[in-house]
Each structure stands twice: as structure tokens, then as C-alpha cells.
Design a protein around this ligand. Structure first.
Ligand code: BEZ
Ligand code: FE
Length: 283
């Protein structure tokens, strides 16, 4: 440890021990970074300017720092250390910036009301909300949101009505949920801010593989925020938000009959297994 770092650490002595621990670790890692990288003063100021510009991009509707955290894999890393659970649980995955309150809908309802309904592949999504031991969780709340076939959420797109491609469903007595929608497509994360500049500078594409977002809640269980991804998507191995986990990838099945869709469609089946609130590591 350098004398300078020792001096800085010796002065971290606030009333909150956890905050002291976090600040001390952060400062220690940042000093190690400077020792390793030896940035020039010009490079250091450029880094600080980048953070200033990131702050200036933020509004109540857009948080560029969260986007940067997603793009650097940090949101997923924090998620991973906080959502440990029993074998068989559905892994959580980043929420992303596009959640907004969804209209409550009946089981089986369509969630697509825009022109995408005539363009994209009709799709039935269904599954069960279960405890990790397979017990159904009747009455679980399933909050869904997805982009349309051009990769835009209603909140980003004046041509979609509010609530398009969103729905809040209550699972039935067997924990089952089902709804009708269109196949989502892969899309780029917003690239008009510092996040986009960074991706471009380090030679990364901005694409996310096609997905649907879920937030699921059931009494006595940890709430779960996750995605389902579609097998075969070319971006599964290089998601700009590093949110893909093997257990979250499902194979859409081509179908003709069975769900009263009036023509060919795809079926996505995805069960969600929630962790009991009283689950403890090592059980
Ligand atoms: C999303 O899928 O909504 C998303 C997640 C992380 C960053 C940007 C978008
Ligand atoms: Fe998304």
C-alpha cells in the first residue's frame, strides 16, 4: 500500500461502518487502477468529463448511469451476488430502463394493439408460477413488458399507445398464466448518450437479443425480475446488457391449432420458480 493510500484510508471514519467499508474498498481499487494504468492528466480529465456528460444526460425518464452499469456487466454482477437461491430457481436478470406500470389484463388477453400485430409473428406465451419445489403459486402477479417488432417500447415511441405490449396478469388457481402477443425482436440499447459513445469506442455492438421482461410477485416468496430470451437469436452470446442466462433461453414452437389464434403462431412456454422468503443459503 502506498503512503498516500494509507493516509486516505486512515481518514475514512464516518458513523456508518458499512459505508466506511464500501468507500475504503472503492478508494483502494481506484488507487490500484491508477498504479496499474498510469493515466496521463489529460486522460484522467477526459474520464471525469465523461462522467460529467453522463450526469448531464440524466432526466427523470432516463438514467445514463444505469445504462453504463448495464453495459459494463456491473448490474448483472450486483444481481448475481444478491440473488443466490436454491437449485431450480429461475435466475433473476436486469430490469433495464423500460419498466412502467402495466394495465391489469385478463388471462389470455392480447397485449399487442398497434400495427405490429399485423406485421410480427403472433405468439402465445404461457407457463406456471411455482415454488422452487414445483408447488404452484395461485394468484401470483405477473407483470410483463416487451418491445415491438421494430425494437421500441411504448414509452419510446409516439406511434404506440401507452400500455401497448405490457400487461399485469394474475395467475389462476394452478399458478398458470397465459397471454397473446407478437414475437419480440432484437433491438439496440439507446446509443445517443455516453453509453453509446463508450460502446462505439471499444468496438462493441449495442444489440440486445429478443426478449420479454417479467416481474413476478407471490405471497411468501422473493419478488423476481427476469427475462425470457428466444433460442436462435444471433445476439444471445453478446447481449449489450449481459443479462442472458442459460435457464432463461426458451425455444419458441411453431403451432397451428390449440390456442384459438386463428392461424399459424408460435408458442413460448416459460415457468417461473420463485424462492421462499425464508430460504437460507446452505439449506
Ligand atoms: C432492456 O431490455 O429494456 C434494457 C436493459 C438494459 C439496458 C438497456 C435496455
Ligand atoms: Fe428490453
Amino acid at each position: 500500500m502506498t503512503p498516500l493510500l494509507r493516509q486516505v484510508l486512515s481518514q475514512v471514519d464516518g458513523p456508518d461502518p458499512r459505508l466506511n467499508e464500501i468507500v475504503s474498498a472503492l478508494v483502494t481499487h481506484l488507487h490500484a487502477f491508477v498504479e496499474e494504468v498510469r493515466p496521463t492528466e489529460r486522460e484522467w480529465i477526459a474520464g471525469l468529463d465523461f462522467l460529467i456528460q453522463t450526469g448531464q444526460m440524466c432526466t427523470p425518464d432516463r438514467n445514463e448511469f444505469i445504462l453504463l452499469s448495464d453495459m459494463l456487466g456491473l448490474t448483472t454482477a450486483v444481481d448475481d451476488v444478491n440473488h443466490v437461491g436454491p437449485e431450480g430457481m429461475t435466475p433473476s436478470s436486469v430490469e433495464g430502463p423500460f419498466h412502467s406500470p402495466a394495465p391489469a389484463r385478463d388471462l389470455g388477453a392480447w397485449i399487442s394493439f398497434g400495427p405490429e400485430r399485423d406485421r410480427a409473428v403472433p405468439t402465445v406465451v404461457h407457463g406456471r408460477v411455482l415454488d422452487c419445489d414445483g408447488t404452484p403459486l395461485p394468484g401470483a402477479l405477473v407483470d410483463l413488458w416487451q418491445a415491438n417488432d421494430t425494437g421500441l417500447y411504448d414509452t419510446q415511441d409516439d406511434t404506440q399507445d401507452a400500455g401497448n405490449l405490457r400487461g399485469l396478469f394474475t395467475a389462476d388457481g394452478d399458478g398458470r398464466y397465459w397471454f397473446r402477443t407478437v414475437r419480440p425482436s432484437s433491438y439496440p440499447v439507446p446509443t445517443d448518450g455516453t453509453g453509446g459513445k463508450l460502446l462505439h469506442a471499444i468496438g462493441r455492438h449495442p444489440m440486445r437479443p429478443a426478449h420479454l421482461h417479467y416481474r413476478v410477485a407471490a405471497a411468501g416468496h422473493r419478488p423476481l425480475t427476469t427475462h425470457v430470451f428466444l433460442a436462435g437469436d444471433p445476439y444471445l452470446g453478446s447481449d449489450a446488457a449481459y443479462a442472458v442466462k442459460d435457464e432463461l433461453v426458451c425455444h419458441p414452437r411453431p403451432r397451428t391449432g390449440g390456442w384459438d389464434m386463428g392461424g399459424p403462431y408460435e408458442e413460448i412456454e416459460f415457468d417461473l420458480k420463485l424462492v421462499p422468503l425464508d430460504w437460507k443459503d446452505g439449506q
